[in-house]
Every structure is written in C-alpha cells, then in structure tokens.
Ligand binder design. Sequence first.
Ligand code: ATP
Ligand code: MG
Length: 432
Amino acid sequence: MLYSFYPSVNSGYSMLYSKLFGKTIKESPKDESSVNARLLIQAGFIRKEVAGVYNFLPLGLRVLNKISNIIRDEMDNTGAQELLLVSFQNKANWEKTGRWDSFDALFKVKSRYDFEYALGPTHEEVLVPLVKNFANSYRDLPLKLYQIQNKFRDEARSKAGLLRGREFLMKDLYSFHQSEKDLVDYYELMKKVYKKTFSRLGLNAIETLASGGTFSKFSHEFQVICGNGEDEIIYCPSGDFSQNSEITKVKEGKECDLGHGPLKKVKTIEVGNIFPLKDKFSKAFGLTFKDKSGKEKYVVMGCYGIGISRTMGAIAEVHNDKKGIVWPKSVAPYQVHLIHLGGVHPRFAKASPGESATSEVYDKLVKTGVEVLYDDREDVSAGEKFADADLIGIPVRLVISDKVSGGQVEWKKRDEDKTEIISVDQAIKRLG
Ligand code: ATP
Ligand code: MG
C-alpha cells in the first residue's frame, strides 16, 4: 500500500505536492499589475521571463493543455486537420503581401549571415504558398488546416500578464474554399463552434462585429466581459447585437432594435477573432484552382484565431475570489486537491487510522483515474494547506485527518463554503 505512492508520482494524472515543480508563494508579485499574472504567479502556474514573456510551470502547462485539447476537439469536429508550421518565416513572402512594412507588431530577426526573417505573428504568408503545392483542383477543396503554436508580436504594452504577450500560444485555423458561399457556410459554422468552445472553457464569449485590420474589411471577435479587459464593446445584454466600440458608430444607451432596452458599453477581453479573408492572400500568392468546368479561379479563404494563453489569463481574470483562482472543471489542472492533515505522513511512520485512510483514498482516486494533486507535506499547518488549495483553485478539495476515518473524506467545492463528510466511493461518484 505504502509503496503505491511512488509509481503514481509521475503518472500524468496525479501528483504529490511535495514533488511538484513550482510552488505557491506567500506574497503576490510586486512587479505585476494584472490580476491574472499576480494570481497565476503566486499560485505556481507561470513565471515571468521578461515583460510579456512567461514560462509555464507544470501546473500551468496542464491548464494550457486542457484548453488546447478542448479547442482541438472542436476544430477536428469541423473536419480540420492539425499541422505545425514554422516560426522563422520567409521575408520575401511578407513583402509579397505588403505586410513586411504594414504589420506593426512584426518581429524582424536578422541572421548574422545575410538573411532576415519574420518571426511568426500569424501564418497566411507560410500556409498559402504551402497549400499552393497541394490544392489546385476543386476536388482538393474545401480544405481546413490549423495549428497550435507560439506566436510572436512586438506589442507596445505588455503589462496585462497572459492577456498581452510578446510570445503567446495561439490556435490559428485557415480554411480554403471554391466559392464565397462555401466560405460563408463554414464561417457561420465557426461562429457557433467558437461560442461552444468558449462555453466548454467556462467563458461566455460575445460574438462582436469588428474591423479586420491587415486581414480583411471586417471580422468577428469573441469578447469576454471583464473590467480589466483592454477592449470595449457596445452590446445588447439579450444577445442580438455587439460591436467593438473602435468601429462602431452606435452609441451606448441607444434602444436595441429588437426592443430589449438600452445598449450597454463594457470592457472586454478579445479571446478569439475570425476573418473572411476572401481572395486577399490567394491573389498575393496566385493560389488558384480549376473548377468543374476547367476554369481557373482564386481560392476563397477564411482564418480563425483563438489566443490560448490569453484565454487562460481571461479565465483567471473572470473566475477568482479574494482567496485565489476558481478554475472551471474542464480546465482545472487537477480534479481533486487532496489534503492530508495531522502529523507525519504514513510513508514514514506507523499509520494512525486517519493516515492510513489518506493513502487508501489517494490510491483509490488514482486507480479510478481521478486527477489528484495530493498535499502530502508534513511540516505545514492545516491553515496553510487550505490557503494554498484556495489559491491554486482546483474545483474539489478532499481532506483526510484523524477526525475523518473509516474510508470517509471531507468534501468541499472551491466555489462553496459548505463541507460534508462522505465516503470515498460517494466522492468518486460525484466526480464522475
Ligand atoms: P489585439 O487587438 O488584442 O492586439 P489582435 O486583434 O491583434 O489582438 P488577432 O490577430 O486577432 O489579434 O489574433 C487572434 C487571437 O490571438 C486574438 O483574438 C487573441 O485572443 C490572441 N492574441 C493576439 N495578440 C495577443 C497577444 N499579444 N497576447 C496574447 N494573445 C494574443
Ligand atoms: Mg483580433
């Protein structure tokens, strides 16, 4: 029984806190002004390298991977294929689209030889020439390709933690179609898929009409209401209207056309953005296909981004209380934060009834496939362990102590105050 602690340390779905790389810290970091960076650093998820550039520690990577996998699932379901493109991009292709000079935040990397590269902030300049090698006939279309990869942008301000990185993780999908009608169908589908994806991630993202920047005439952003957000939308709380306040001529307070009352202005975080590119990039690279009658036409394109690391920051901004983060179940680093109270760990001493229950509980959870972070520390007070559990924000806390034995645990949800004593089997059932 005791031995079973060791094999499961690195099992991927369970972790001993004593072994975890990256720990909570007492004080929230003084050089961070954003809520998300302060919480995520203090709770041991990320560490800053330089402004706008963060390392993801094991806890943080688990969250990032959970977000990525939900997004993957949704993108795959639309018939898209995942690939991985380069970060060092061909300058000549950026010159072809005119964006070598017009893309403000482009990092330009000089080799010590004669080369200069664009450090990928987006991937039209890489993917369109690549697709040209493979898609030449109507039979090859539609085609949907996406990747999950670090992007680089030379942002002017980088004080918002994960919300505005100079290096950040993005999902970017590109779709290639025979006609505008086919693009519109997929674009409309993606609006629904985005809404659903963000809802699976615990976010209510409002579809918002916005400008398309260097990509297209207009675009649709997915905006999450948050007082600390850098964007602003004018929207109808009943859900039928939303425009980014940078573009819109509509004023706050105007009556909604459908009679839902006055439109509101709120601060938001842009977590996703989709663009009908049409033939802008196909024209730049001569990406054409032969239609059924043999006629040569430009491929019609769309692109669809989600800021994955920004989404993680947005979740931390929206889901927290004064004690710490409150992760939605779908993206929490672990499902259960198991706490052992009362003296020496059973590994090192003859187990008291409560202590042996701890190892049994841990064992049982792990065997059932429940993801557990187990606070096995011996020299730490109950108060400190509870405070750390609240800060880290795992949805369910289970406590074992001398007071709770006989296969029972104290159950508490992160977002409720109520505690209950229940059997381990009941706990497993509830977690199911
Ligand atoms: P912003 O207006 O916030 O600068 P953007 O409109 O330039 O972002 P897009 O080109 O639309 O960004 O990129 C797609 C998605 O990538 C955005 O919706 C956002 O979620 C994310 N993103 C963009 N820039 C950053 C950044 N600097 N840090 C983190 N995520 C970002
Ligand atoms: Mg955008």
